[in-house]
Design a binder for this molecule. Structure first.
Ligand code: PA5
Length: 442
């Protein structure tokens, strides 16, 4: 099980910068838990994902493993979760294993052209993931790939696995019309809360992981996070701490700092979840991705002595699964020989603790989550933990953590300019605003 340490947020450790025990009595944790337990919004099916039957995903995974390459098309919640699974559990995957995995989550033409120069579509399985079935970026890249398959493969439909809503949307219609293989995203599991559905689990199976392990981890986390007792519910405690730090101490930036290269994409996944769920109605907490030890040499100075607006969340790893001794070389160099006889695992763990202590000494609040090892079970725990904690934080802020109204306007303006029917007014608006551009151009 993950272990949580919130001590370095408290005033008995960091003085006035910290929270007092009493502060917690001002947090309406009961109502946040009511929101969870009563499933306040229909988009809360992420709470049940750990109970799902994974046989369709296993079958699709077996099929996809028959290809030389696996290309995932998706964006936002439909790509960040799969990428964090890939990097966490099979680093440098394409140098070692088949199928090679490519994730295209943008519409940068150079990226796609480069990928298509590397892979042969004839030997490629394509997983198109879009919950809504209509996201412009994903659909545009699917259209290009479909055309490529029509030109190069004898049976284009045999290359596609669609992951989308079970009933609704354009992509589901395409599945029916073209008789494509497909998996379903539960209708009530929103994009950024969907990694433990076929969205993330198919890729997990493709890279040789057992999806049941992720769900077991999530299920075990679920059990400890469903009670109203703050002292024994880590997700509720995490939510309350970050909420209080913002309300009482004006700290609205959440730095997430895993001490593992393999978890770098995981921190990007967290950032989307935290940002898109909480940033609305003038409220929210700003996520800030980083990785240790690398960012000790890049960002730590700012956190130590810069504006007092951050809480640092360390993800510390107990067992890296391997270790490398630092050899007895350059012994004549007095300033370097101290490293010999130690190991990289020891060094990275000591550095994580050293950063924790240095921040604490400087009265900069921080939280540490200890992860026994980076495997499917614990990754499943972490996904579920942060999803629960995000939903609870949203309830504490009295906002809906499951919608994203702020991204609609940009989408509508794009539709207008790309000629989508019904968006003609947006096209005019776009043109009107475009006039402002250039006034200060040099
Ligand atoms: O969290 C969300 O709902 C969004 O970030 C979506 O994941 C993203 O916009 C992609 O949506 P879709 O899966 O419908 O293509």
């Amino acid at each position: 099980m993950l272990k949580f340490n919130f001590s370095n947020l408290m005033n008995d450790v960091i003085g006035e910068a910290g929270l007092a025990e009493d502060d917690f009595s001002s947090v309406n944790t009961d109502s946040a838990m009511e929101g969870i337990l009563s499933r306040k919004y229909t988009e809360m099916e992420f709470l049940d994902l750990y109970k799902a039957d994974v046989s369709p995903v296993k079958e699709a995974g077996k099929y996809a493993r028959g290809f030389e390459n696996f290309l995932l098309l998706g964006i936002g919640g439909s790509a960040l979760g799969p990428r964090s699974i890939l990097e966490a559990l099979s680093p440098f995957h394409n140098l070692k294993k088949n199928p090679r995995v490519f994730i295209y989550d943008n519409v940068d033409p150079m990226t796609l052209e480069t990928m298509l120069n590397i892979i042969d579509l004839k030997n490629t399985g394509i997983n198109v993931i879009t919950k809504s079935g209509s996201t412009a970026e994903t659909i545009a890249s699917f259209m290009i790939i479909w055309q490529g398959l029509k030109e190069q493969a004898s049976k284009p439909e045999d290359h596609i696995i669609v992951t989308t809503d079970p009933e609704k949307g354009n992509l589901r219609k395409i599945v029916r019309d073209y008789n494509l293989r497909s998996l379903s995203i539960p209708p009530g599991a929103g994009g950024r809360y969907s990694v433990l559905s076929p969205v993330g689990l198919l890729l997990a199976e493709v890279i040789g992981m057992n999806s049941e392990e992720f769900l077991k981890g999530a299920g075990d986390m679920h059990k400890v996070c469903m009670n109203k007792d703050l002292g024994s519910n880590p997700a509720l405690m995490f939510a309350s701490c970050l909420y209080l730090m913002q309300q009482k101490k004006g700290r609205s930036i959440t730095v997430i700092m895993p001490y593992a290269d393999r978890l770098k994409p995981f921190s990007e996944w967290f950032c989307q979840l935290w940002a898109e769920s909480l940033g609305k109605e003038g409220k929210g907490l700003t996520p800030y991705p980083s990785v240790g030890t690398t960012d000790q040499h890049s960002q730590l100075q700012l956190w130590m002595e810069g504006p007092e607006d951050k809480v640092v969340v360390f993800l510390a790893i107990e067992d890296y699964g391997t270790d490398i001794e630092i050899p007895n070389v350059f012994q004549e160099m007095e300033g370097l020989s101290y490293l010999s006889g130690h190991s990289l695992g020891e060094l990275i763990k000591i550095e994580q603790e050293a950063s924790e202590i240095a921040l604490t000494k400087n009265r900069r609040p921080n939280i540490t989550i200890r992860i026994p090892e980076i495997d499917a079970y614990h990754i499943g725990q972490m996904f579920h933990f942060f999803e629960l904690a995000t939903a609870m934080t949203g309830f504490l802020f009295h906002i809906n953590p499951f919608n994203q109204p702020g991204v609609e306007e940009g989408k509508n303006l794009t539709y207008g300019m790309m000629g989508k029917e019904g968006y003609e007014a947006k096209r005019k608006e776009f043109a009107r605003y475009r006039l402002h551009k250039g006034r200060f151009e040099i």
